[in-house]
Design a protein around this ligand. Structure first.
Ligand code: ZN
Length: 184
């Protein structure tokens, strides 16, 4: 069975077994919170329950390595919608230990792309941005602090929004606060 078949079959089972108590909910984040975190698979079904955050309560923005790469990247764009359209009043950047981005290098990525037939000229177009993003990530904790500062210092983000920085343990669910956004 293909993965697509597995997923659509699981979906059929899911919707036919939805509890009668299930009801549609509002799209607005009930706890007025936006979380920026990593796409790491170990966080799926684990990060939110570990923080007591349920369905409908927060906007979750995921990227590889939870980094802000420029003043109008996808994280900033999503935060603008969160803050100015969806009522978000607080932001948490949540990195995690053993993040794959800490060991990734632009050279390895580029070699793998070339091996898959990606044209050198197309890689060259993004090489500076790729290198700045991948090769700057060495330590997940420092990266969280860096991302918090990038968001706080972005001129488009309202100054009265606390931006916290946390680090998550993907094996046991423990979280540590690196930056308390209430402290100015
Ligand atoms: Zn990661």
């Amino acid at each position: 069975m293909s993965l697509l078949d597995e997923v659509t079959q699981a979906n059929h089972h899911f919707i036919t077994h939805l509890p009668s108590s299930f009801s549609a909910i509002n799209k607005l984040p009930q706890r007025k919170l936006a979380i920026i975190t990593c796409m790491d698979t170990r966080l799926v079904d684990f990060l939110e329950p570990a923080l007591g955050i349920g369905r409908g309560e927060a906007k979750i923005i995921k990227t590889a390595g939870n980094s802000v790469t420029d003043e109008f990247d996808d994280i900033i764009r999503s935060l603008l919608v969160c803050i100015y359209e969806l009522g978000v009043e607080e932001i948490m950047v949540i990195g995690h230990h053993a993040c794959g981005m800490a060991h990734a290098t632009s050279d390895e990525l580029i070699d793998a792309m070339l091996a898959r037939g990606i044209a050198q000229q197309d890689i060259d177009k993004v090489k500076a941005k790729l290198t700045a993003w991948v090769d700057e990530f060495h330590d997940p904790e420092l990266n969280v602090v860096h991302t918090v500062n990038n968001i706080k210092n972005n001129p488009l983000i309202a100054k009265n929004i606390p931006v916290h920085g946390l680090i998550f343990h993907p094996d046991n669910g423990e979280v540590d606060v690196l930056v308390n956004g209430y402290e100015k």
